[in-house]
Ligand binder design. Structure first.
Ligand SMILES: [Fe+2]
Length: 154
């Protein structure tokens, strides 16, 4: 067992998945900053503000995920090269169409939610309630956000 009473091997596996999640959030964050900057057209003012809200919430979660990794005695990834190597989503460049940007945001969140459900299941298996509740909170929040983005696009 580690210092917080969780089994070493299973916890290392969760840390590895949390690092993939952290890298995925980091690419999703930078993509969203790009959308905030480059968006053009009639919805500029509302989407510019909405994208800022999204990346501000992502940066909070990025910090929380990194600190969960440290709590589990792991080392969080943070370099650009590690983020690219570990991310489950790809970088997007120069997107100026609001609908395309929102679709990328929806796709990114879908990938993130699927990964979080996988981590939640692994953490649940070893009664790692701290990780379970963190994943659970993110999933609930993001699923609701996705409904709103879908409604906007409809
Ligand atoms: Fe800005």
């Amino acid at each position: 067992m580690n210092t917080i009473g969780l089994p070493q091997k299973e916890t290392k596996n969760i840390v590895s998945k949390l690092n993939d999640l952290l890298a995925t959030y980091s690419v999703h964050y930078m993509n969203t900053r790009g959308f905030h900057w480059n968006i053009k057209g009639k919805e500029f003012f509302e989407l510019h503000v909405k994208f800022e809200e999204i990346y501000n919430s992502l940066i909070v979660q990025i910090d929380e995920i990194a600190e969960r990794i440290l709590t589990l005695e792991g080392i969080p990834l943070h370099s650009f090269s590690d983020n690219i190597a570990h991310s489950k989503i790809t970088e997007q460049n120069n997107v100026s169409d609001g609908k395309i940007a929102l679709q990328y945001i929806l796709d990114g969140y879908k990938t993130i939610i699927v990964l979080q459900r996988e981590i939640l299941a692994l953490a649940s298996h070893i009664q790692d309630e701290g990780t379970v509740s963190q994943m659970s909170d993110y999933i609930t929040l993001q699923e609701k956000e996705m409904w709103m983005y879908r409604s906007y696009l409809a």
